[in-house]
Design a protein around this ligand. Structure first.
Ligand code: SF4
Length: 449
């Protein structure tokens, strides 16, 4: 998500902000502007570049905008579900963008439908819009606050009306969300890499349970929930975020490198060369190589014009993507004992193919080292790992995974090693969610009923 308030080029800047975060989803993109009188929307299925062409910006005038890029999680890539969602009524318009998952959406939707609400989409985001509208007699801020109190899950929300922008983060801060400044304008983004690209400066993280109102009068912070200890998604550090983003004052590349160092301490191996699966594993591979005193080499290269394999919705597409995407460098790996670092194993498909590619290219041995723990549990907080049966580590021992991969050895970083690599002592709100690795869920599933 990206939002801006107080800039004459709000739509264009939102486009650049979304473009910087394209790695977070490739199924759709949209943005809504406000010129103080009305909301204007443009959205479509596809990449940011495909959705927005120069001509579109003439129709997207306004000093404020919110934008969203979509990662379809349940084969729900219809245009209706591409965000922001816009709702119009006699009292004005409201646009919503949402990152995460509302765990009690099904129950809330049932209640709302029972009271006469008619839904336009299958998106859980729409539930919040109906909850807000139901509180029509309150001020918009109080209506949003009241609606957020009813929502259980892991989420960041951006809400734009004609005259205000609202920013909210769940009570545990599971999803990332930061505020910055661009001259006099306020900017909001899921990742700070979006600030870097537009020349904005980072101000602070949105706090767990915080509701921020931004308008021409300035910025106001309130709380809609008791603030729970922060539990930021560890997968943001492991895989999801860009290396130049900072989360909770911790740089993503630096944390990945530390994960590689911890992995080197926990699972060293006799080898000639260390290589990483581009792009998200390279930082960890550098750390592992440094710790083990081995050379880091680019043993696998990536075709940059193919989307991320983990995010594409079907297995068939994932298989195709891997073939198109990665190539071994024969001159580097031939006749060598190779340590191949991957950031994580979800389904195992990509990792298995790369081991095969390295062996085909003449690697004598391939030792797989994973810079995060075994993912044995589904994520209920908006990351596309929603069933145990798709998770290779939930169904196989490490020895079995070794065999499936065709690797000479496989080892994972421990949960303690990962936490040590991510959490720095100096920051106060720095707990992480590591539920998919450990089963320690910060929001219990039965809270949704
Ligand atoms: S369960 Fe895993 S992927 Fe989901 S929010 Fe927690 S750490 Fe992130």
């Amino acid at each position: 998500m990206f939002g801006i308030w107080g800039h004459t080029k709000a739509a264009e800047i939102t486009y650049y902000g979304l473009h910087a975060m394209q790695h977070r989803g490739q199924d759709g993109a949209g943005l809504v502007t406000s010129d103080g009188e009305s909301l204007k929307l443009h959205k479509d299925i596809g990449l940011v570049n495909d959705v927005f062409e120069q001509a579109e910006f003439a129709d997207l005038s306004g000093h404020a905008a919110i934008g969203h890029i979509r990662n379809a999680t349940h084969d729900d890539g219809n245009i209706e579900n591409v965000q922001p969602l816009v709702f119009r009524s006699q009292t004005g318009g409201m646009a919503l963008a949402h990152n995460g998952n509302i765990m009690n959406a099904y129950t809330l939707r049932g209640e709302l439908e029972g009271e006469g609400s008619i839904f336009q989409t299958t998106s859980d985001t729409e539930v919040l819009a109906h909850l807000i509208r139901r509180n029509g007699k309150m001020t918009t801020k109080d209506a949003i606050s009241d609606a957020l109190e009813k929502v259980v899950g892991a989420y960041g929300f951006l809400i734009l009306t004609e005259d205000k922008m609202y920013v909210a983060l769940d009570a545990r801060g599971i999803r990332p969300l930061s505020i910055g400044r661009l001259g006099d304008a306020y900017v909001v983004a899921s990742e700070t890499c979006a600030f870097n690209i537009i020349g904005a400066t980072f101000e602070r993280e949105v706090l767990p349970g915080e509701l921020i109102t931004i308008s021409d009068e300035g910025i106001e912070s309130t709380r809609f929930s008791v603030r729970e200890p922060r539990r930021l998604c560890a997968m943001e550090y492991v895989y999801l975020s860009r290396p130049d983003s900072d989360l909770n004052e911790v740089n993503v590349h630096a944390s990945r490198k530390r994960m590689g160092i911890e992995l080197g301490k926990e699972a060293p191996v006799e080898a000639d060369v260390v290589t990483g699966v581009p792009d998200s594993s390279i930082s960890a591979a550098i750390g592992y190589a440094e710790e083990c005193g081995l050379p880091y080499e680019m043993g696998v290269i990536k075709n940059r014009y193919v989307g991320r394999t983990f995010i594409q919705p079907s297995q068939e597409l994932r298989d195709q993507g891997v073939k198109m995407k990665l190539s071994p460098v024969r001159g580097i790996v031939e006749g060598k004992r190779v340590v191949m670092i991957d950031d994580s194993i979800v389904r195992g498909t990509t990792c298995r193919r790369i081991v095969g590619l390295l062996k085909e290219a003449g690697a004598k041995e391939v030792h797989v080292r994973i810079a995060s723990p075994r993912i044995e549990n589904p994520c209920y907080y908006g990351i596309d790992m929603s069933t145990r049966k798709e998770l290779i580590a939930a169904n196989h021992s490490t020895a079995e995974i070794e065999e499936i991969m065709g690797a000479d050895s496989v080892a994972f970083l421990s949960a303690e090693g990962m936490k040590h690599a991510i959490v720095k002592d100096k920051t106060i709100h720095q707990g992480i969610c590591n539920a998919c690795f450990t089963g320690d869920y910060p929001v219990l599933v039965d809270e949704t009923t």
